[in-house]
Design a protein around this ligand. Structure first.
Ligand code: ADP
Length: 168
């Protein structure tokens, strides 16, 4: 059985992520979408919320499961019998960083392949941080966020903006 892991912060999952998950689910027997704990990033949503969002938007994909991990991805892949790491490659910025990560992961676990799926053209410049920034300025996000999470996302943005107002 071929198992792939698709790691990321998913803060929150966007239509760009979902497009990669759907395409990967056709290539592998199982795909584990793994929310990685990244101490350098201060997330808008808790780990549990991000996992819950992913479960809701991937409910139509029977061979996709959601997990989270605080540690080295190469270790996670070994423990969970994953043969491949899936990465989405957007225009410009992703390549250098991802190339370096692929080298490191291969060194840590030589049996592990990294597979890069190019972003769909309409999501080429889409990132979770761009969605959050657009959200704070009240932009329409229906083209960028899955409908199952849109309301909860907007609610959090409103609460966060209100708190910022109070602190001023
Ligand atoms: P970001 O916060 O930049 O959206 P994540 O850590 O959540 O990044 O991304 C997880 C993975 O998904 C990475 O491999 C990233 O390159 C990929 N990815 C993120 N956004 C997109 C997109 N719009 N299209 C394709 N791949 C994407």
């Amino acid at each position: 059985m071929k198992i792939a892991v698709y790691p990321g912060s998913f803060d929150p999952v966007t239509n760009g992520h979902l497009n990669i998950i759907e395409r990967a689910s056709k290539l592998f027997d199982r795909v584990i979408v793994c929310v990685m704990v990244n101490c350098e990033k201060k997330p808008l949503f808790s780990l549990e919320e991000r996992e819950d969002f992913l479960r809701r938007v991937c409910a139509h994909l029977p061979n996709v499961e959601i997990d989270s991990f605080d540690g080295l991805l190469a270790e996670y892949a070994k423990e969970n019998h994953c043969c491949t790491i899936i990465k989405g490659l957007r225009a410009g910025s992703d390549f250098e960083k991802e190339f370096q990560m692929a080298m490191i992961n291969r060194k840590l676990n030589p049996a592990l392949e990294s597979l890069f799926l190019t972003a769909e053209h309409q999501y080429m410049y889409l990132s979770s941080s761009a969605v959050k920034e657009m959200g704070f300025y009240g932009a329409d996000l229906t083209d960028f966020l899955p409908p199952q999470i849109l309301e909860q996302f907007q609610q959090r943005i409103r609460n966060t903006s209100d708190n910022k107002e109070i602190k001023k």
